[in-house]
Design a protein around this ligand. Sequence first.
Ligand SMILES: Cc1cc2nc3c(=O)[nH]c(=O)nc-3n(C[C@H](O)[C@H](O)[C@H](O)COP(=O)(O)O)c2cc1C
Length: 350
Amino acid sequence: MPIELDNHRKLAIAPMMELTDRHYRYLARRLTRHTLLYTEMLTSAAIIHGDREYLLGKHSSEDPIVLQLGGSDPDQMAAAARIGEDWGYQEINMNVGCPSDRVKAGRFGACLMAEPDLVRDTISAMRDAVTIPVSVKCRLGIDRDDSYEALESFVRQVASSGCQHFIVHARKAWLDGLSPKENRSVPPLRYDFVYRLKREFPDLHISINGGIESLDATLEHLAKVDGVMIGRAAYYHPAMLAEADARVFPTLTGGINHEPGMDALFEVARDYARYMHGWHEKGVRLSAMSRHLVALFQQVPGARLWRRHISEQASRAPDAMTLIDEALKFLNTDEQNPLNTAEHSERRSA
Ligand SMILES: Cc1cc2nc3c(=O)[nH]c(=O)nc-3n(C[C@H](O)[C@H](O)[C@H](O)COP(=O)(O)O)c2cc1C
C-alpha cells in the first residue's frame, strides 16, 4: 500500500553526511515509526555511476524515507531521481543548502540559491521523471543576499516548477569565510522569515529547520509551519525520538501514549545488536555501526561507562550481542524513566 507521506511530514530527521547512514536510520526507526527519515546527500553522478546497492540499499522498515540528491544538471538529476524511485524511496529532495567548498565547486548546494532558474529547471526535469514528490531543502539566503524579499523571490520561482515542499534551514550561509560547521551555528537563526513564508504561501508545505532541540519546541513551531526537521539533536540525543510518535503523531498512533522507559531503550539496543550482528557477518566493522548507539543512554547512572565501553570495545568484542550486553550492564536499571532522570553521579565508576 502506498505511504501517505503528508501524514509523516510533521517531523523529519535531517540529512546529515557521515551520520544518517542506513544503520543510524535503522536505529532511528526502532525509536519512532512515523518520523520522516532522510538519506545523507548523494550526488547525482554517484548514483548514476556508483555502486547502487552500497549507496541506495535500505531496510524496508526505514520507510517513509526521502532520498536527498546533490547536483544541478537537470538531465542527470532527473536520471538519478528515477533511479531513486525505482529503489523504493518515497520522495526526492534537492540539496540547496550545503555550503562546503566541494559542493560549491560542483555547482550544487547553497550556491544555487543565487540561481533560482536553474533550480526551477532541475526540479521540473526531476518531477517529469518520477511519480513521487520532489522537494527542496534550502537556506534563508547566501552572503549579503539575505533579505526576506530575496528568499520569497527564490521560493516563488522554484515553486513555479510545481514543487510544493520546501524545508528551510532558518539561517543564511556565508559561502566565503565560514566552514560548513560554522555555517550551522554562526549565522543567526531567523525563524520569523520561515513563519512569514508560510503565511505568504499558504498552499505550499513549509518545514522549518535549524537549532530545534526538543519535542516541546517542535510542537511550538508546528503551530506556525507545516513541518519540523531536526538534525543534530536527533543524532546526539536519539532517546527523544522515542516520544515522537505519541507527541507529534497522535492520530497515527491512535493516541496511545507510549511512555518510553528504560526497558524500551534496552530492547532497542538489543534489537540493534542483532541487526549489527547480521551486517558484521557480512564484513561491516562493528564500530561503523555501534557509533550510532553511543548517545542512546544519557543522564542515566552509568551512561558514561556505557559510552566508553562501546567506543573502546567495538573493535575487540567477539560479536555485537556480547558488546551490547556487556555495555548494558553498566546502566542502572532502577530508574523508572531515563528520559526524565536528572543528571546523576555515576556511582558505579567510583
Ligand atoms: C554532520 C552534518 C552533516 C550534514 N550533512 C547534510 C547533508 O548531507 N545534506 C543537507 O541538506 N544538510 C546537511 N547537514 C545540515 C542538516 O541537515 C541541518 O540542516 C543542520 O544541521 C541544521 O539543523 P539542526 O540545527 O537541527 O542540526 C548536515 C549537518 C551536519 C551536522
